[in-house]
Design a protein around this ligand. Sequence first.
Ligand code: ZN
Length: 175
Amino acid sequence: MDDLSIRIYGDPVLRKVSAPIEDITGELVDFSRRMGHFMVRSHGIGLAAPQVGKNIRVITIDLEYLERGRGVQVLINPVIKYVEGRTAMEEGCLSIPGLYWNVLRPEKVVVQALELLPNGDVREVEIEAGGLYARVILHEIDHLDGVLFVDRIPEDERRIAIAKWKRSMRSGRTS
Ligand code: ZN
């Protein structure tokens, strides 16, 4: 069971820089588990803690969807060490439901983080990711810095995208 709910574009919690995790507590393990369940139930590939109202540096990634392993990966305090290339890919975001837009981002990324395993153990990891995996990691780390995917599209396009999204929200359509 979880009591989490998604924060939508316009909510100030999405614009704050999130704080690093200092201690791995039972509460944190429980929260990240709830995040994972919430993400999968919401059909997201990735989720960042600010999207459910907590400004802490935790992200979850659906490894099964990415065909990278089983279940949900939980990364704590992820830091980008290296990026390479540049590629456009269509992105969406649970916090801007129904909006999909092409975004330019690095093609590959190397990230260091603490990975919180399902049994509560923690290990240091260095992840080299490409394709959709890299895309999800970069999108979610942006959330930890208060950055949304629409900020990554050129300003004239962004205005069109946001206006389109606001119209669809008003008319009650989400896609
Ligand atoms: Zn997002």
